[in-house]
Design a protein around this ligand. Structure first.
Ligand code: NAG
Ligand code: NAG
Ligand code: NAG
Ligand code: NAG
Ligand code: NAG
Ligand code: NAG
Ligand code: NAG
Ligand code: NAG
Length: 492
């Protein structure tokens, strides 16, 4: 045979073979994803989503502002003796502590397999995916930049290992997803610093902080990296679906890869995530912080308070046994918030007793006041730490203003990469709007029928000036028109 024909035939064969493997892969992926989705959709979820169950699972999607809820609501509501051990920990959930009532973690929904499903309420916060990607980038850089005090990467790594071994608590570097993002970013920062020093200082122009490749990884490079594809993009959808890189579910990794390969399969994942959002006790929105916090206090806070009051969770018994091991006490300083770490260990017991008495007596209004005070000091601490850390990569500095100069192309790319989260965020907004209206209605009812009548009457009264104004407006228009006609008549 003519070698050219041979070659052509070979090529043809190869192409067909390739096409059929692609098809096979897709079929396989479709089966895997669909099977998972249908079993997830048929899984029973508690019947009454409006009532707080025995265990509150705070499914904390990274960079949604969940930490302030944890510190300023949940820690004020639950005594640490009732917190499930190793929240946020790489060591993961310890089912031995059966009596725990609060679990706050970056673990994904697959955690539910380990929890008593019917007795668990889930809450979460959702954020605009573009903001979440920006924040993930900035936070990775911020934490990594803290290590730049060290002369080189080797000593930074050694030092942080030693510190973590000595400390009883949990470090950001132990917590998913930072345990992957921060060391990666840290190595990158050191490499760039090294290259800069080799080259000699050539501080030319000050670019956008999102594109200063002499100093730090540009945003564009970040969003295109495989690590970020795996653990940041569509992160909220995957976390609520229980399919993150950190999942307990064995097939999660295959499903996730299938969805990345074949975008259309993402719809199945989205459906599961939406159903789960629907069934949650509470869904907050990062950007609507005030309304979200009010709703949290009224929906979750009020139920926790009455639960504590009803079921004598005695100060003595549980706390005595387990206060020593509550990892979350040590978590704070490393989880970049650091709320009075020093003396929390001194009079722990006494403080706990006192707190507990306060907790049982708290009203929702008081809870909101406590929250607001706590939040403002938390934000101050956070911005202090951020300042100290970003100083090390000066003149790069992140700000809202600088974000505005990021090109539309990059923003569009982030939206495209996060197509599932964009959809889920819209859905969360709808849920939030609906429940907000419901809550306001309920609060009105609680105010009593009298105030409701007042409000109705106020609304009626409000309409009167409106009608009057409309009438005046019409009158003026009429007069004007008349006047003009008269003027024109005079002219003629
Ligand atoms: C999760 O992602 C990190 C970073 O890409 C990777 O090193 C790790 O192996 C992944 N884990 C799994 C289970 O895929
Ligand atoms: C709470 O404790 C009091 C006395 O300590 C007891 O009389 C009451 O029955 C307890 N209530 C519940 C719900 O256990
Ligand atoms: C406290 O620990 C003791 C043993 O150390 C155990 O017998 C007791 O049941 C524990 N109490 C609670 C409330 O867990
Ligand atoms: C506290 O933690 C240590 C080690 O982490 C463990 O050996 C010990 O049993 C724990 N104590 C309690 C009361 O859980
Ligand atoms: C905590 O203690 C350390 C030394 O033990 C001290 O340097 C630091 O200022 C203290 N922080 C606060 C808030 O008191
Ligand atoms: C704990 O620290 C605060 C200030 O950070 C201080 O006002 C308070 O007196 C301290 N409490 C104890 C028990 O040391
Ligand atoms: C709860 O509040 C009431 C009135 O505000 C007060 O009399 C009571 O002592 C408080 N109880 C506790 C345990 O603080
Ligand atoms: C970064 O910019 C903010 C204003 O956006 C400013 O307050 C802060 O001091 C700057 N930080 C550094 C390290 O220059």
């Amino acid at each position: 045979m003519d070698p050219i024909i041979k070659l052509t035939l070979l090529l043809l064969f190869f192409r067909i073979a390739c096409a059929s493997t692609v098809e096979k892969n897709f079929e396989h992926c479709e089966t895997v994803v669909k099977n998972w989705a249908s079993s997830a959709l048929h899984q029973g979820i508690n019947k009454d989503k409006h009532t707080l169950q025995d265990l509150l699972f705070f499914l904390h999607v990274p960079r949604t502002g969940g930490r302030s809820y944890y510190h300023c609501f949940l820690k004020k509501l639950y005594p640490s003796s009732q917190e499930c051990p190793r929240s946020y920990d790489k060591l993961r959930f310890d089912p031995r502590k059966e009596k725990c009532r609060l679990l706050a973690t970056h673990d994904d929904y697959s955690m539910m397999e380990k929890l008593p499903k019917e007795r668990t309420s889930v809450v979460t916060i959702v954020r605009n995916p573009v903001d979440r990607v920006f924040s993930s980038y900035e936070f990775s850089v911020e934490v990594a930049a803290r290590f730049l005090v060290h002369p080189d990467l080797a000593s930074a790594t050694k030092m942080s290992k030693r510190l973590r071994a000595k400390k009883a608590g949990v470090s950001t570097l132990d917590i998913w997803p930072w345990k992957y993002l921060v060391p990666w970013m840290r190595a990158d920062l050191f490499a760039r610093r090294h290259a800069r020093r080799q080259k000699g200082s050539s501080e030319d122009k000050i670019d956008s902080p999102y594109d200063m490749k002499d100093i730090l990884m540009p945003l564009q490079e970040f969003i295109d990296d495989p690590i970020v594809h795996d653990i940041v993009h569509n992160g909220a959808t995957f976390q609520i679906a229980g399919l993150t890189n950190n999942s307990y579910l064995d097939e999660s990794h295959e499903i996730r890869h299938c969805v990345r390969e074949y975008k259309s399969l993402g719809q199945h994942v989205l459906r599961v995530a939406k159903m789960r959002l629907d069934a949650m006790l509470y869904v907050g929105l990062t950007a609507e912080h005030k309304e979200s916090a009010t709703m949290f206090a009224n929906v979750v806070g009020s139920q926790v308070i009455s639960q504590l009051r009803d079921a004598n969770f005695s100060t003595g018994t549980l706390a005595d046994n387990q206060s020593g091991n509550s990892s979350s006490l040590h978590l704070d300083s490393e989880l970049e918030s650091n709320v009075d770490q020093n003396n929390s260990t001194l009079d722990e017991k006494a403080l706990q007793d006192e707190d507990e008495a306060k907790r049982k007596n708290m009203t929702v209004t008081e809870l909101i006041e406590v929250y607001e005070g706590c939040i403002s000091s938390l934000l101050k601490t956070q911005s202090r730490r951020r300042f100290a850390s970003l100083k090390r990569i000066s003149p790069a500095n992140f700000s809202k203003e600088a974000r505005r100069h990021v090109s539309d192309a990059v923003l569009q790319e982030i939206r495209t990469l996060n197509y599932l989260d964009v959809d889920l965020f819209k859905y969360a907004q709808e849920i939030f709007a609906m429940r907000h209206v419901q809550l306001m209605g309920n609060l009105d009812m609680k105010d009593g029928s009298e105030s409701k009548l007042d409000r109705a009457r106020a609304f009626e009264l409000w309409r009167i000036p409106l009608l009057v104004m409309l009438f005046i407006l019409l009158l003026v228009l009429f007069l004007l028109a008349n006047a003009r006609r008269r003027v024109s008549k005079v002219k003629v």
